[in-house]
Structures are given as structure tokens and as C-alpha cells.
Design a protein around this ligand. Structure first.
Ligand SMILES: NC(=O)c1ccc[n+]([C@@H]2O[C@H](COP(=O)([O-])OP(=O)(O)OC[C@H]3O[C@@H](n4cnc5c(N)ncnc54)[C@H](O)[C@@H]3O)[C@@H](O)[C@H]2O)c1
Length: 440
């Protein structure tokens, strides 16, 4: 089957590459000509482990290609996936659907024969019906269906998530669209991955409900962590004790500096907004959004405590700025709150991140970049672990401490313990939801 994918970002590119690996003929479209030029040269514009090899393999078979020409991509395609961004709209927290609707109109104008227009972007409930209206208005004679197929992949594990999903959710209205979607996902049906077929609204809601639940789980453990610090409990032990309960599960129970990334912040806001518009506010999610901001600010206070109440004149090494390991994505990363607070307080900041520099340079002006964590710590007064890249999980803490002017460690991912830090010669250590080591 010929498929077109509109948008070659984290979701569109991974989807396009994986669909071609399923055996479909896939044309990926982006209006960003620089991205398409890179892709045509075999270069992947994002960092996603394994994507370059899978892409190369499928380009070689002739099943996968890239273009800025939407008309050529649509021609003969039985399904067109919309995988463009849906960022937070300025001012009101709603998902900005400008890119989705623009793509829908372009598809409508380019399509000649029956096509299923599939929304893979995360969109508020009701959007697929609006997409259908836009398409009908732009091309009243077009024979088409819409389908909602939200994506659940995680950056950093995207290929596995796409190829071996926990489930695929497909919202459709007609048997014809259901048949097209079934044939697209046939390789997954054959391997008995759960494919859930729903109405359009349920598919749209499932994505937001899932993300809001995960954001809530993270925020819950972050609040428990704050209380653990007060009462002398250890949040890691608490989370383990909770997570072994099958009804709870151990995933997303790691206390940290607050959730970030391209999805949770914007999707929780969009869900809260939709709920308000329908006069059915979800107070739990509204609170999660507020608490997550407080969590990030609390991190700044913890680091201030480590630095005797002032960042002024301090030299700080920040290890990790992407919102999580194994991605170069900096969108809404806690680093974007914490690093400016360090710089604003008068610190000199050096950053080390295995993949964050390309995005991070523009977002974090006034910091310098180091490739090596030990070089970043040279003469520093504080090292902060902000993202738990593997590179930072087995540091030689003694070597790190020796290179510092004042050995202090802010471990905002609970990678080490106060005992590890003390043995290595650190004077002071803070982590999340456990006893801190701050002298005097
Ligand atoms: N990133 C994730 O981990 C993830 C996971 C699940 C769902 N999602 C959802 O998927 C959607 C896409 O997210 P992303 O992170 O891939 O976004 P992204 O910003 O990385 O990519 C979007 C791409 O679409 C392109 N684009 C926009 N309008 C276009 C048009 N009219 N024609 C052609 N190209 C166009 C942009 O140039 C860009 O390259 C969002 O709704 C997001 O919420 C993302």
C-alpha cells in the first residue's frame, strides 16, 4: 500500500520508517526543506537510537522516500497520516491546531481518489470531525474518511515502541476506513499486538487520558518525595514498596525534577482546557500542572541550599539538559527552568550533554559546553545531575570531587546516594526525597 506521512518530526519520521519496514511504500513529506535535504542524504535530523540504520535499510529497498512535494506524495496514497506538531496555543493552554488544519486542507486539495486521512498528531477530542469539515470545504467532491490513530511511542525507545506496541488505538467511522487501517497494521495483527478499534472521540480521548495519567503518577511520587524529605523516609524505598504492587506498577514512580518533554506539559494543559470548555473540569490534572511547576522551582531552592543560599560567583557544571536520556529533545525540559535560575543568580554554568547541544545552544544562551563531565567539573563549586544519561550513571565520583573547587553534588535523578558522595569526598549532597548531606 502507498502511504504518505505529513511531518517528519519525532513521530512522523519514526512512523514513516516503520511503516516502510512493514512493507508499505511510504513517502514522508515536510515543508522544512532543510530536513528533507538531510533525509535525502541519509542523515536523520533528530537523535533516536537505531533510526538511522532502519531508515537506510528501507531507503535502499526503494520503499521509503522523502519530499517537500505534497502533491506527489498524495498521488496514489490510500492513507495519509498527519503527524505535524500540536504545541500549546499561546495564552489559553489549548492545543494549537493550525498545523493540523493546514495539512488537512493541503491534503484535500491534492487528493483525487478515495483516501483515509489519519490523524497521528495528538489532538483534542472533536478534532477529527473538524478535519473532515475542512477537507469537505476544500474539496467537496473528494471521497474520503478520517481516522484517529494517536501515537504512544516514547522518544529514546521509539522504534521498539512502534514495532512492539503495548496497543494500537484506531478510531474510525466506516468499515472501509477500518479495512485500510487493518491492512496498514497487518504485521502487528499477525503478531497479536492488541489493536483497539474505537469511535473517533474515544481514540482522541485515550491519548490524553493516558498522558495525563502518567504525568499524574510522576507528580504523585514527586509530592511523596517532598514529604519523605521532611519525615526522614527514602522515596526510592517507598516507590519500590509501592511499585511491586501489581495494581500500581513500578513505572513512572521515579522522583525527579518534574516532568518535561514534548508531550506531558502540553497534553495536560490541552486536556484541562478541553475539560473546562465542556464545563467538566478535571481538577486533578489542573493540580498536576501547577504542582509540576512548583517541583521545578523546588529544585532551584534545593540547589540554593547546597550553595549556602547564593549562586552568585559560583561555577556550576550541569550534567544533562535534555528532558530525558536518549533523546536530543529539549522541549519543556526542567533544565529550561533550572539553568536560567543558576545563570540569573550569577553562576557561571558549563553544560555537558551527550546529544543536547544542537538544540540547547539556542535555548540556553550564556552557558558553555563541554563534551566531558570531568572537564565540566574542573574548578566547579557544584555539579548538578539533571538528566540520567548512562554516561552519568557510573561516574568516578572521587575523580570528579578532586577536580572541583568546592565539591558539592546536586543529584536530581537519585543516581547516587549521600553515602557514595561522602565517601568520594563531596562536602555536600542533595537528592530527591531522601536525606540530604549539608554541613552545618
Ligand atoms: N515526540 C513524541 O514523543 C510524541 C509522542 C506521541 C505523540 N506525539 C505527537 O505527535 C505530533 C508530532 O510531534 P513531533 O514531536 O513529531 O513534532 P515535531 O515538531 O518534531 O515535527 C513536526 C514536523 O511537522 C512538520 N510540518 C508542520 N506542518 C507541516 C505541513 N503542513 N506539511 C509538511 N510538514 C509539516 C514540521 O516542519 C516538523 O518537521 C504532536 O501532536 C505530538 O503531540 C509526539
Amino acid at each position: 500500500m502507498k502511504i504518505a506521512v505529513i511531518g517528519t518530526g519525532y513521530v512522523g519520521l519514526v512512523s514513516g520508517v516503520c511503516f516502510s519496514d512493514f512493507g508499505h511504500e511510504v513517502v514522508c513529506v515536510d515543508k522544512d526543506s532543510r530536513k528533507i535535504e538531510m533525509l535525502e542524504k541519509g542523515k536523520v535530523p533528530i537523535y533516536e537510537p537505531g533510526l538511522d540504520r532502519l531508515m537506510e535499510r528501507n531507503v535502499e529497498t526503494g520503499r521509503l522516500s522523502f519530499t517537500i512535494d505534497l502533491n506527489a506524495a498524495i498521488d496514489g496514497s490510500e492513507a495519509v497520516f498527519i503527524a505535524v506538531g500540536t504545541p500549546t496555543r499561546r495564552g489559553d493552554g489549548h492545543a494549537d491546531l493550525t498545523y493540523v488544519m493546514a495539512a488537512a486542507e493541503e491534503i484535500a486539495k491534492a487528493a483525487k481518489d478515495y483516501v483515509v486521512i489519519v490523524t497521528k498528531s495528538t489532538v483534542p477530542v472533536g478534532t477529527n470531525r473538524k478535519v473532515a469539515e475542512v477537507v469537505r470545504a476544500a474539496n467537496p467532491d473528494l471521497d474520503f474518511d478520517v481516522a484517529s490513530n494517536p501515537e504512544f511511542l516514547r522518544e529514546g525507545a521509539a522504534i521498539d515502541d512502534f514495532m512492539k506496541p503495548d496497543r494500537v488505538v484506531v478510531g474510525v467511522e466506516t468499515d472501509r476506513a477500518a479495512a485500510v487501517m487493518a491492512s496498514i497494521y497487518r504485521p502487528l495483527y499477525l503478531r497479536e499486538f492488541p489493536i483497539i478499534t474505537t469511535d473517533l472521540e474515544s481514540a482522541e480521548m485515550t491519548k490524553y487520558a493516558a498522558n495525563a495519567f502518567l504525568a499524574t503518577k510522576i507528580t504523585f511520587i514527586n509530592e511523596i518525595a517532598a514529604l519523605c524529605e521532611k519525615v526522614g523516609a527514602d522515596v526510592k524505598q517507598v516507590a519500590r514498596g509501592m511499585g511491586l504492587d501489581n495494581r500500581i506498577g513500578n513505572k513512572f514512580l521515579h522522583a525527579g525534577p518534574g516532568y518535561g518533554g514534548s508531550c506531558f506539559p502540553k497534553d495536560t494543559k490541552a486536556l484541562a482546557r478541553t475539560a473546562q470548555e465542556y464545563a467538566s473540569p478535571i481538577q486533578l490534572v489542573e493540580t498536576v500542572i501547577k504542582v509540576n511547576e512548583e517541583v521545578k522551582r523546588r529544585m532551584v531552592d534545593k540547589l540554593l541550599d547546597l550553595c549556602d543560599g547564593s549562586f552568585n560567583g559560583k561555577c556550576v557544571a550541569v550534567l544533562g539538559v535534555t528532558f530525558k536520556p536518549n533523546t536530543d529533545d529539549m522541549r519543556d525540559a526542567p533544565a529550561l527552568t533550572i539553568v536560567p535560575a543558576l545563570v540569573g543568580g550569577g553562576s557561571t554554568v558549563r553544560v555537558c550533554d551527550p546529544q543536547g547541544r544542537r538544540e540547547g545552544e539556542a535555548l540556553l544562551p550564556s552557558v558553555s559546553w563541554e563534551d566531558d563531565p570531568y572537564a565540566a567539573a574542573d574548578g566547579a563549586d557544584l555539579v548538578v545531575i539533571l538528566t540520567e544519561w548512562n554516561e552519568f550513571r557510573a561516574l568516578d565520583l572521587s575523580a570528579l570531587a578532586k577536580r572541583m573547587r568546592t565539591p558539592r553534588l546536586g543529584d536530581l535523578r537519585n543516581v547516587y546516594t549521600a553515602e557514595d558522595a561522602q565517601k568520594a569526598g563531596f562536602q555536600a549532597y542533595v537528592s530527591i526525597g531522601r536525606a540530604d548531606l549539608i554541613p552545618g
